[in-house]
Design a protein around this ligand. Sequence first.
Ligand code: NDP
Ligand code: KPL
Length: 337
Amino acid sequence: MARQEKTIAVAGAGSIGCYVGGCLALAGRKVNFLGRGRIVEAMRRDGLRVSDLDGRDRRIDPEALAVTDDPAMALRNADIVLVTVKSGATEEMAALLAAHARPDTIVVSLQNGVGNADKLRAKLPAQRVLAGMVPFNVVQSPDGEAPFRVHRASEGKIMVEEGVDGLAGLLGVEGLGVEARSDMKAVQWSKLLMNLNNALVALSGLPLTRELADRRWRRILAGQIDEALAAMKAAGMEPARITGLPPSLLPKLLRLPDWLFGLLARRMLAIDPEARSSMWDDLERRRPTEIDDLQGAVLSLAKQTGTPAPTIERVAALVRQAESEKRGPPGLTPEKV
Ligand SMILES: NC(=O)C1=CN([C@@H]2O[C@H](COP(=O)(O)OP(=O)(O)OC[C@H]3O[C@@H](n4cnc5c(N)ncnc54)[C@H](OP(=O)(O)O)[C@@H]3O)[C@@H](O)[C@H]2O)C=CC1
Ligand SMILES: CC(C)(CO)C(=O)C(=O)O
């Protein structure tokens, strides 16, 4: 795949879309950002700042950015579309792609959850749709900071489904490691285990490092992971190894005393102190969360396989309550969960 001539559209210019698209644009790739509202206005006015916990801090001037809220303009000449909207907006984005993207466009879902690539496939029979997985957290600058900044707050390589020659090379640029994988379903289920923590960060309101440093929160996460692993086992599914540790050992690691966990999980804890979770971002902005696609996906599997999942059910109920109250992250203690 010849790199410089390809046009890459970012469908959903938010945290992940602006970080990934920003790294690609900085590397000289042609990038169209499709976004809306506050972020489109900010990027048009002041450009984009892209930083990371490895110390990179780079800027793109507004004149060098192709940013629009017009789907036709962003999508019609795209060779690759990276879908970076939240799960609840996937169907809407799929309809825009069906209307505006070329049949030979390759669509890559860079979303959490295990069902978004399939939702896109169902609406886009002509296009090739690949699943992807983003392991790192991205923090957006607070409202009013200029230029709008996206900061990669933890480590890890993006994984994309194999099958399109040169795709990992096209997307793998400075600040952005990309690996092609043949086992994306197993990768996504494994990421889902990590994402069971998004809700705990959202309910506590704590930064990820502080939440993970507290064994009381880790025990709740371990309980959710145990339930998810039991449901996956009953369904004959094995989550992939995407961190240094086999997924089956995660609950054991999480239940260790704080001092030992801190020692053994040093790599896992290389996280910016500002990082929280994308579900915390949603409660903070009074938006719908991805609870149905994260805890909800495990609950569906648990129901199908007849395995109990009381911890996940309770966490999901608390997130749904916070979502409907629209008062932001409720700041719960582990005892309240
Ligand atoms: N944030 C993170 O650190 C991580 C996120 N992920 C996953 O990546 C995916 C994206 O998350 P994230 O980047 O946080 O989400 P964001 O909400 O930050 O970004 C999505 C953006 O897409 C915009 N959007 C939605 N629909 C449209 C549309 N029809 N046209 C134009 N713009 C649209 C949204 O605008 P509006 O706000 O107006 O709706 C929003 O700005 C999720 O599945 C998430 O779970 C994975 C790893 C880490
Ligand atoms: C924090 C992280 C990287 C892992 O849970 C994430 O996927 C998210 O915020 O959605």
